[in-house]
Design a binder for this molecule. Structure first.
Ligand code: SF4
Length: 491
């Protein structure tokens, strides 16, 4: 048995299109717009009416789909694609999505964003029943569940192509727990699904009469496609030659969209669940300025790029001039999603350079979106001080990140989260700033247009700030992912 990764958090971007002659080129462009959701690997599977074609490699989208030959081989009028990131060294080709499998009903490609919180338990059961796994991703668990499902689902046959296949996918989805946005391509349908809580995003678009599924609206903008609507939490959409059918096969639960998508993860030009991400981040910055002002400051400067909209909001609200005090080199990747610690340290020096003219002799308000490990903050503050800043006051546009995410965003284990191991004074001292303040959780909800956080039934998933996990952590009872060692110990 191939073991799971010790830590298998994945952040991913999805794109799928059905009924367009340029399906693969559109998918490659869509993935290019979603590159911020995963930079380790990219893949596309297309279907030409006779056979499936697949191209998946490690690297950026532009490197993976870099020749006309490759795009020509990905023929057909339907395709799905995936950009991937994982935190461990398990970047082998076998883990790059979309995964593809031949079933008794034909081929199916599957691409998944999120994390299944009972994947270990399901995988163990499946292996005990004879399943043989090819990869170490939890997505393959779903493939085996589909293979083992038969149409005993107590749900009406969908009025679509491949109704048996759709029912088998629904039956498989009913067995999994966790956060998922999912797209599948069969011989006849493009299927999309969101978990009942709707933790991860998935939207519907349209171009030239062809339907699209994607993680964010920026993937529609790049190809000039129209936004249709979000896939609803717990909704399964089935797209075939006759159009789109909507199914609601799960029990309704309160929706728990990931609030961290607004804080950091989504692209600022995307419209997520009806809200423009850039505008939300500006409002977050304004809330932060009201809650945690810095009197007598000379400049507000962002940690680029993710702190920029909040810094603009902070500066506008406080009346303190906004300056680009740190210049980012855009030709290196985002440090938050590069795997190795050594690379993170190196990455900060590669990426940022202080703009001395904006910082020297100034009382600086430094705005960042969040503090996770804190390693980047330490380097950035050192850089700003070396550029001659008289005082550095750090303002963070989210509450302290005290808990790990088990639903698909790469926050590390708690022992590596700075706010889980230090109080604010200790963090201030460790980072080396004159003051450090975070946005309150109610302030974050106010920026989202809510009066405050509903403590009985929070409107979003905010578990990395609150520790209140809305979906059962079946395989994570101690708040940590199960390791290969703990699995062996159980046997
Ligand atoms: Fe998003 Fe945090 Fe919830 Fe994970 S734990 S889904 S990052 S809000």
């Amino acid at each position: 048995m191939i073991p799971f990764d010790d830590k298998f958090h994945e952040e991913c971007g999805l794109f799928g299109i059905f009924g367009h002659g340029d399906s693969a080129p559109h998918t490659a462009l869509g993935l290019h717009a979603l590159q911020h959701r995963g930079q380790e690997a990219a893949g596309i599977v297309s279907y030409d009416g006779q056979q499936f074609h697949s191209h998946r490699t490690p690297g950026l989208v532009g490197e993976t789909f870099d020749s006309a030959d490759i795009m020509e081989r990905l023929g057909g009028d339907a395709a799905i694609g995936h950009v991937r990131y994982s935190t461990t060294g398990q970047t082998a080709l076998r883990n790059i999505q979309p995964l593809f499998a031949e079933f008794d009903f034909g081929g199916m490609a599957v691409a998944h964003n999120g994390n299944l919180t009972n994947a270990f338990s399901l995988r163990r059961e499946l292996v005990n029943r004879g399943s043989i796994f090819q990869s170490t991703t939890d997505t393959e668990v779903l493939i085996h569940l589909i293979a083992n499902s038969r149409d005993s689902t107590p749900y009406a046959r969908p009025d679509s192509a491949d109704p048996e296949v759709v029912l088998r996918v629904i039956k498989a989805l009913r067995q999994i727990q966790g956060a998922y946005s999912l797209i599948c391509l069969t011989n006849n349908v493009l299927l999309g699904a969101r978990d009942p809580w709707g933790v991860r995003p998935l939207i519907i678009g349209e171009i030239d009469g062809a339907m699209i599924l994607a993680s964010e609206t920026c993937a529609l903008d790049i190809i000039g496609a129209n936004f249709v609507r979000d896939v609803a939490p717990g909704e399964v959409v089935v797209i075939d030659k006759s159009g789109l059918k909507s199914l609601k096969p799960f029990l309704t639960v309160p929706s728990k969209f990931c609030i961290f998508e607004y804080v950091y993860f989504s692209r600022p030009d995307s419209v997520v669940e009806g809200s423009n991400v850039y505008e939300v981040r500006r409002r977050i910055g304004a809330e932060l300025a009201r809650e945690k002002p810095v009197n007598g400051a000379d400049v507000v400067t962002p940690v680029p790029d993710s702190g920029t909209p909040a810094a603009i909001g902070f500066a506008a609200e406080s009346g303190i001039p906004f300056e680009l005090g740190i210049i980012r080199n855009h030709y290196v990747g985002r440090t938050f999603i590069e795997p190795a610690d050594q690379i993170r340290h190196l990455g900060v020096r590669l990426k940022h350079n202080p703009n001395k003219a904006s910082l020297s002799g100034k009382k600086v308000v430094l705005v960042d979106d969040s503090i996770v490990r804190g390693t980047t903050s330490v380097k950035i503050v050192e850089m700003v001080r070396n550029a001659g800043a008289a005082e550095v006051h750090m303002r963070i546009a989210s509450p302290p990140t005290t808990h790990s995410c088990f639903y698909g965003v790469d926050t590390p284990d708690r022992d590596k989260l700075m706010a889980a191991n230090m109080d604010i004074k200790e963090m201030q001292h460790h980072i080396g700033v004159d003051s450090l303040s975070f946005l309150s959780i109610d302030g974050l909800y106010r920026a989202m247009g809510e009066p405050s956080r509903n403590t009985k039934q929070p409107q979003y998933c905010d578990a990395c700030f609150s520790g209140e996990y809305p979906i059962a952590l079946t395989d994570h009872q101690d708040g940590n992912p199960p390791t290969q060692l703990s699995l062996l110990a159980e046997k």
